[in-house]
Design a binder for this molecule. Structure first.
Ligand SMILES: Cc1cc2nc3c(=O)[nH]c(=O)nc-3n(C[C@H](O)[C@H](O)[C@H](O)COP(=O)(O)OP(=O)(O)OC[C@H]3O[C@@H](n4cnc5c(N)ncnc54)[C@H](O)[C@@H]3O)c2cc1C
Length: 384
């Protein structure tokens, strides 16, 4: 072991929304012996590349609960964390173009309403009346939840990081974690490009690298990363308040605070692996489809196009908890494309697990990795 550069109770690997929100949540609970290690700059991973959407319309009651708790935390973000993150509850309009999916939407709404979420079911006619700028051809049904919304992910990360620092956490950027030391089945420290740090707890919040970072401690996590591309147009005056999303139609789109339209789609032919290239095929396919549904986009120019990673789990739901093989090794990974929106609630729950050994606000035990040994895993359906 090289010289010890520092000692912390908790070392967090990854300076995205999960790592910084967790540092903040731990400090709020009085656990201020915390350090975040980020191999690049804060929010350089998936968080800084994401669409910023925040929704509660999910297909399982547990996911609805988790998302509703997150929305509560986003609603109080500015007051609690001390930063304006452009959080805007303009709603999520979910559009279905598929009969089977439309039936599923109605079942989802039942679950969501049972959890106390206010969600409307809209016919194509109601959608056209409310949003005359949307072409509703082929639309079967839509659902709308006004308290869904979006925010600026970079600002959220910076807000959490600054608040955590104010309370005593240390944030090391441009510092890669190279190894996790385990003795007698327990975490004892990490090796980094800035030397060795002793600790009792290590948290894997490394997003796209979650499987490789787990292997550093000899822990197995069933995650794979897949590229997702996204682009942004030049701005128009703000008139489009909601995130519009379709799973069967394979797209999502929102208008950002300064008027630009941000949009993306999934690609079922993507191979697993880290790949930050972008393709003209994506631009062409998505632009053609979106102009058909949102004709006002027709003459807008694409200003920037980038890609990021979805860290996927086998059931498209996050993997959260503590390893039962390595004591002190926690993880919050495999968000499958919706980690920004649930990270505040996930981090709150994880901080409670670390400090008290149990959650106080939201049960996340259903997201433990053990679930994959059960053949009846319930897959989340509402994913692009
Ligand atoms: C195109 C796209 C659109 C998306 N849209 C949405 C959306 O609208 N809403 C939503 O909720 N989610 C969305 N997501 C998903 C969301 O971005 C992620 O689920 C979320 O950002 C994960 O946050 P994280 O902090 O866990 O991981 P990340 O933000 O990826 O952070 C992990 C960090 O760990 C660091 N790291 C990795 N290995 C090491 C190491 N060994 N040492 C030190 N640091 C390390 C990385 O550099 C990285 O910064 C989208 C994703 C993409 C790609």
């Amino acid at each position: 072991m090289s010289d010890v550069n520092g000692t912390y109770d908790v070392c967090i690997i990854g300076g995205g929304i999960t790592g910084t929100a967790l540092a903040y949540s731990l400090c709020k609970l009085g656990e201020t012996s915390v350090a975040v290690f980020e191999k690049s700059y804060l929010s350089s991973g998936s968080t800084g590349r994401c669409g910023g959407g925040i929704r509660q319309q999910w297909s399982t009651k547990n996911n609805v609960r988790l998302a509703m708790r997150s929305v509560k935390l986003f609603e109080n973000f500015e007051e609690d964390v001390g930063m304006d993150i452009e959080y805007y509850q303009g709603g999520y309009l979910m559009l279905s173009y598929d009969e089977e999916e439309a039936e599923q939407f109605e079942k989802n709404v039942e679950i969501q309403r049972e959890e106390g979420l206010d969600v409307e079911i809209l016919t194509p006619k109601q959608v056209s009346e409310r949003y005359p700028y949307i072409n509703t051809q082929d639309l079967i049904v839509a659902t709308f939840c006004q308290t869904d919304g979006h925010a600026n992910p970079h600002k959220a990360v910076i807000g959490y990081a600054q608040a955590a620092k104010r309370m005593g956490a240390d944030i090391y950027t441009h510092t890669e974690v190279l190894g996790v030391d385990v003795e007698n089945g327990k975490v004892v420290g990490i090796q980094t490009t800035r030397g060795y740090f002793k600790c009792n707890v290590v948290v894997n919040a490394s997003g796209p690298w979650s499987r490789q970072v787990a292997e550093l401690a000899g822990v197995e996590l069933p995650t794979e990363s897949y590229r997702h591309q996204i682009f942004v147009t030049e701005p128009l005056e703000n008139f489009f308040p909601m995130m519009a999303i379709s799973f069967a139609g394979n797209f999502y789109m929102r208008q950002a605070h300064h008027g630009q339209f941000i949009m993306g789609q999934g690609d079922k032919d993507e191979k697993p692996g880290i790949n930050y290239n972008v393709t003209f095929k994506f631009e062409k396919e998505l632009a053609e489809k979106m102009v058909g549904i949102f004709p006002f986009l027709k003459n807008l120019r694409i200003m920037r196009h980038w890609s990021g990673m979805y860290n996927m789990s086998p059931d498209a739901q996050p993997i959260i908890g503590q390893s039962d093989k390595v004591k002190g090794y926690f993880y919050a990974v495999g968000y499958s494309g919706h980690g920004f929106m649930v990270a505040p609630a996930v981090s709150e729950a994880l901080s409670e697990l670390i400090v008290f050994g149990k959650t106080l606000h939201t049960d996340v035990s259903y997201l433990n990795v053990d679930r994959f040994s059960n053949e009846d895993v319930e897959k989340e359906k509402n994913v692009v």
